[in-house]
Design a protein around this ligand. Structure first.
Ligand SMILES: O=C(O)CCC(=O)C(=O)O
Ligand SMILES: [Fe+2]
Length: 205
């Protein structure tokens, strides 16, 4: 449905709020102007303490296909995919971005997970962001820098798919029941592409 709107409806350019079955999301392609987005991208590449995390699978350590970092004010450790992260304190850039996205998201975030996809071989596979610490109907705000990547949603009962291309400087807010009914992923691509950084702001209870 949203795909049809994008091509058939002249208002599509200004439409930012999308209601799908069992969830809704906001997508603002030009949330940050190019100059600001470039500045943040460079600062995040240079200053974030990126880590190669790995996970134990059948007795072997397997590297995640991306670099990660965890920042925020909450010192409760956060667990996902079998690893536990303790947050670094907010950096100036992260606080600035957080302040810019909160009015549009309608919540105050206390942490952010950062993912760095070095090339098309890096990815994140089907999952939900529905960990216990995030509570019922979590609001997750995702900010994107660098290379454009496909972001896919799949309804867990009907199999329906929605696909977005997340642009440099864009904001995606996932909300409502979405995390309880839809999985999402950023698939690998064979295209020769440069780096991408994604920030997902969250509220840890
Ligand atoms: O890179 C993205 O756009 C998504 C990242 C994500 O789903 C996550 O960190 O949970
Ligand atoms: Fe996610």
């Amino acid at each position: 449905m949203d795909q049809l709107d994008l091509f058939g409806n002249p208002e599509a350019q200004t439409k930012t709020h999308f209601e799908i079955q069992n969830g809704d999301y906001i997508y603002v392609p030009d949330f940050l102007n190019k100059k600001k987005a470039d500045e943040y991208f460079q600062a995040l590449l240079d200053k974030i303490e990126w880590k190669q995390e790995s996970m134990n699978m059948y007795g072997r350590q397997i590297d995640f296909p991306r670099l990660t970092a965890w920042y925020g004010e909450n010192d409760k450790p956060y667990s996902f995919s079998g690893i536990t992260l303790s947050p670094h304190p907010w950096s100036n850039e992260l606080l600035e971005i957080k302040n810019r996205i909160e009015p549009k998201s309608g919540v105050e975030f206390n942490s952010v997970l950062l993912n760095r996809y070095r090339d098309g071989n890096d990815s994140i596979s089907w999952h939900t962001d529905a960990e216990k610490e995030l509570g019922q109907n979590p609001v997750i705000a995702s900010v994107n820098f660098g290379a454009e990547r496909k972001f896919q949603l799949k309804h867990m009962e009907t199999g329906e798919k929605v696909e977005l291309i997340l642009k440099h400087g864009s904001l995606l807010v996932m909300k409502g029941e979405l995390q309880h009914f839809w999985k999402h992923q950023v698939p690998k691509t064979k295209k020769k592409i440069s780096e991408r950084i994604n920030l997902t702001f969250r509220v840890i209870k």
